[in-house]
Design a protein around this ligand. Structure first.
Ligand SMILES: C[S@@+](CC[C@H](N)C(=O)[O-])C[C@H]1O[C@@H](n2cnc3c(N)ncnc32)[C@H](O)[C@@H]1O
Length: 314
């Protein structure tokens, strides 16, 4: 019998881990401090999207992912019944970079909700600093119980956040509930490749370690997501796996990091520099990178993009 992706779980996960990671209160946050040397991690918390030859460790990487999702979403919107209503709900909006970009590039009015108080606060500060508040505003909220009325938004997205949600089908039903009939929805997420993750005891342990360092309770697969989207009453219009445009690049960078870490003198010198420059503990970054690389190099994690609409009749 085929393993259900939800059956392979991170047994120790709690929502407190998510708060800890995004509030700099847990060792997994050190990866973001480390990455802050190259990108704006106080605005964007996703792995981004790059084509061959494009430089990956940069703010533009995040913007390319956001643009790809937004272009597909607005294409569906242009063919739907709500073209005069340009309000977007950003579920798990993080530190607000994607929502602010949606305002600046696409002229959308954005409401963001996020479960981590630090992120909701930081996103609001970012919106004020970049003079898009109150057209872009944020509050705290749980994706599994959105504090919003039914049929209230023509556009909904969630970028690389569902991985953290302990029940993805409930999230999809909530997205469908708050969407207006005829509205459009997109999301990006990490996916498990079940055949690889469950192939052996060793692989299951590698997968469990990947879930643990990213504070993720479990992952859906490409197929289980497609089923859950239909069960939530949404019509899938397009879906793609873009692993080679982000996770494969991340994996290459992990391999370089681990190779450079082999020299004790270099490691110790860099550890002191990193602490001084960003506050990050290099040992925590190393553990995160190692666990990620072990899973990614086996091809056990994919990255998916999905676009759907809520039928007019529901
Ligand atoms: C990887 S970050 C992505 C943030 C943002 N979408 C971006 O692309 O920059 C994941 C976000 O999901 C939020 N989150 C996790 N679980 C949540 C939940 N149940 N409800 C709402 N937000 C949640 C976290 O606080 C964090 O801000």
């Amino acid at each position: 019998m085929k393993t259900s992706p939800a059956a392979i779980k991170n047994p120790t996960w709690s929502v407190g881990d998510v708060h800890g990671q995004y509030s700099y209160r847990n060792p997994h946050a050190d990866l973001y401090l480390y990455l802050s040397q190259w990108s704006d991690m106080e605005s964007y918390l996703n792995v981004g999207y790059s084509r061959p030859g494009q430089y990956h460790l940069h703010v533009n990487t995040h913007l390319r992912l956001i643009n790809r999702l937004a272009d597909g979403l607005l294409d569906l919107h242009a063919r739907g019944p709500h073209t005069g209503d340009r309000r977007l709900l950003d579920i798990a909006s993080g530190r607000g970079g994607a929502a602010i970009h949606a305002r600046r590039r696409y002229g959308l009015h954005v409401t963001g909700v996020d479960i981590t108080p630090y992120n909701a606060w930081r996103a609001t500060q970012n919106a004020r600093d970049r003079q898009v508040w109150p057209n872009v505003r944020f509050s705290m909220g749980n994706s599994l119980r959105l504090p919003l009325p039914a049929a209230s938004f023509p556009l909904v997205w969630s970028i690389e956040s569902p991985a953290h949600f302990p029940d993805k089908p409930v999230f999809l039903r909530e997205a469908a509930r708050v969407l207006k009939p005829g509205g459009a929805f997109t999301f990006a997420d990490l996916l498990v490749v079940e055949e690889v993750a469950a192939a052996s005891e060793e692989n299951r342990q590698i997968y469990a370690d990947f879930l643990r360092v990213w504070d993720v309770p479990y992952l859906e697969s490409f197929d289980s997501y497609r089923r859950a989207i239909a069960e939530a009453g949404l019509e899938l219009r397009r879906a793609e796996i873009v692993t080679r445009c982000n996770l494969d690049i991340l994996n290459r960078d992990c391999a370089i990091f681990l190779w450079l870490s082999k020299w004790p003198w270099l490691y110790r010198t860099y550890a002191r520099y990193l602490k001084w420059r960003t506050g990050a503990n290099l040992d925590n970054v190393y553990e995160h990178v190692l666990a990620s690389h072990r899973a990614l190099r086996l091809g056990m994690i994919d990255y998916g993009l999905f676009w759907a609409v809520k039928p007019n009749s529901t």
